[in-house]
Design a protein around this ligand. Sequence first.
Ligand code: NAP
Length: 329
Amino acid sequence: MAATQIPEVVLESSNGRRTMPVLGFGTAADNFQPEVFIAAVLEAIKLGYRHFDTAAEYGSEQSLGEAIAQALKLGLVGSRDDLFVTSKLWPNDAHPHLVIPALKKIASVSLAISNLQLEYLDLYLIHWPISAPPGKLMHSIAEKDLMPMDFKGVWADMEEAQRLGLTKSIGVSNFSSKKIEDLLSFATIPPSVDQVEMSPYWQQKKLRDFCKANGIVVTAFSPLGAIGTRCGTNSILESKVLKEIAEARGKTVAQVCIRWVYQVGATLAVKSYNKERLKQNAQVFDWELSQEDLDKISQIPPHKLVLREEYVSANGPYKSLEDLWDGEL
Ligand code: NAP
């Protein structure tokens, strides 16, 4: 089977004109197993995936670096430049002067330096609008450790990382329109991307409109409701409305979700380590949802999966969920 051609979008404020494949391979998994992961990345590259979404938090950076090295050795891609790698800054490193060391620590970057003679990420995102004490990566941040981020100082370091060529583009994740607006008031390089929860169940219309007006690309995470994972839900893939649309079009509900995100103008990170589902998820670019389908989907009652109550505390920077999400709830 010929590999799928995945469309690309332009990232406006990159170092040089950069494009990003709209469909990214999500790497976050419960019980991460390096061998299974590396095999899935190689399979994905054969199927036409070129964008890989990792993060310090997922523990997948090093294995991604290894998979890329193997893909190059096997000749599955001509060069590192043919791939697009996104990673993210975790709150422990979200302090001025720690951003660049964090970026240099990323295994896929350092592997690139030693193995590929290249030393850059394509996109580096602030993972959450919160900081935690510097030091070892804390997956769950204790209430007493929640710290306000020095947005100006951290963003200045992100900009420096882009200027130094350590990353071609910079952006944010889990930022509301208001938090981006605040960032834009002092940024000299605007964020290229905001990566947020988005699916037919959490449509992000306000944020999408805001980002479009400001030349920022929205990337959807958990577009399938993170089904089958510890924090996921099966209500999206079992939605009656989505099932009806999928049946009428001869597609799966997952394909309808992915196509919907793409058709409303956003990009995605979707996780599958399964060859058949990877193939299925990429087969969404040669057909369309009708206006009637889009209207039906727009009527689905909203349900947010990722709230992060643990980032809310009377003594922390966010006193309520309203504060954390600036009302985009
Ligand atoms: P997701 O992509 O919505 O769902 C992943 C789950 O769906 C996996 O259990 C996968 O299982 C299953 N799946 C994939 N394709 C399927 C299909 N065609 N039919 C049925 N099931 C299917 O959720 P996610 O992993 O939370 O989000 C995707 C990526 O976004 C992550 O991997 C990560 O890279 C990123 N992310 C970012 C943030 C952030 O804060 N920035 C937060 C969450 C996630 P199999 O592997 O068995 O196929």
